[in-house]
Ligand binder design. Structure first.
Ligand SMILES: NC(=O)c1ccc[n+]([C@@H]2O[C@H](COP(=O)([O-])OP(=O)(O)OC[C@H]3O[C@@H](n4cnc5c(N)ncnc54)[C@H](OP(=O)(O)O)[C@@H]3O)[C@@H](O)[C@H]2O)c1
Length: 278
């Protein structure tokens, strides 16, 4: 995916190069003309870092978070929320107010990050999702009080390398966690259930699984590419008195729509609860 903002002149530190961090490194190297030597990645496991170095030759890897962030112009915090406070206290003395901090941490506010760094540094908070691993992520982002539009554009460029980006006000981040952050799990359940449904009707499991996954992928692509309202696309495949309407009636009678609305509401509430982490 093309990203318009240039990241060529940045030194980028990925602190916590796990799933999301690895996806970002891959996207940055593919989507931008970046010298791999300008990317530093840290985590505790030396063997995992060695694998990372093999996958992305030329990047700098280290178990030392301070070494990773020293001189970096962009720091991506991609560790689990539980360890971030410990990491901030480790790195804050080598971070300056000119460093852009991009956080992918669920439930950690920009204000918490400002106060823990004890600096008025620009912070952009993001909520990506795991399809970023295949460059099809959906990321929402918001800026903290010390970040400007240019900081936001830099962060956008980083995440557009692995999917699409929506800029939102920070109060929506918990709802976004419930919708697109956790959303892939809901869709995996739907793919699994459709597969079982096909198996029940006698379709071999591997065939049913491929058909189910491609149906979800294709339907999503049609919504995105045509920009038609999903209800119109649904009407287009619903013949009066046909098979589809009989299935739709069944789904409606079991409250599929309400079920999903309530699922996102519950996940949003849980995200708010977890945001109490200080
Ligand atoms: N996965 C998702 O769907 C998703 C979606 C949106 C946001 N997020 C957010 O993304 C963040 C990362 O998620 P993930 O799925 O990428 O998790 P992950 O694969 O577990 O990555 C976290 C990484 O942090 C490293 N780490 C742990 N302690 C460290 C330390 N003291 N210093 C440096 N690195 C350390 C771990 O490696 P070592 O054990 O080798 O240190 C691990 O590679 C989380 O905050 C999560 O809230 C995830």
């Amino acid at each position: 995916m093309a990203a318009s903002h240039t990241l060529k002149d940045h030194q980028i530190a990925i602190v916590g190069a796990g799933n999301i961090g690895r996806a970002l490194i891959g996207g940055l190297l593919k989507g931008h003309d970046i010298d791999p030597a300008n990317i530093r990645a840290s985590r505790r496991s030396e063997s995992a870092l060695a694998n990372l170095g093999e996958q992305f030759p030329g990047i700098r890897t280290t178990t030392d978070n301070q070494e990773a962030v020293r001189g970096a112009t962009i720091i991506v915090l991609a560790v689990k929320p539980q360890v971030v406070l410990e990491i901030i206290s480790e790195i804050k003395r080598v971070v300056t107010e000119n460093t852009l901090v991009i956080s992918v941490l669920a439930g950690i506010t920009t204000d918490t990050l400002h106060s823990k760094f004890e600096l008025n540094l620009p912070v952009v908070r993001t909520m990506p999702n795991t399809p970023a691993l295949v460059d099809e992520g959906a990321t929402a982002m918001c800026k903290g009080t010390h970040a400007n539009d240019s900081n936001l554009e830099v962060a956008r460029a980083v995440f557009e390398a692995v999917g699409t980006v929506e800029v939102v006000p920070e109060y929506l981040m918990d709802a976004i966690t419930g919708l697109s952050g956790s959303g892939p799990a809901y869709i995996y359940m739907i793919i699994e259930a459709l597969t079982d449904a096909g198996v029940k009707q006698g379709i071999p499991r591997t065939t049913a699984a491929r058909l189910a996954a491609q149906t979800v992928f294709g339907a999503a692509k049609l919504v995105i590419d045509t920009q038609k309202h999903p209800a119109i696309l649904r009407d287009e495949v619903t013949t009066p008195g046909g098979t589809t309407i009989s299935a739709i009636a069944e789904l409606e009678s079991h409250g599929l729509r309400t079920m999903l609305i309530n699922a996102v509401a519950t996940a949003t509430a849980r995200s708010k609860e977890l945001s109490g982490v200080e």
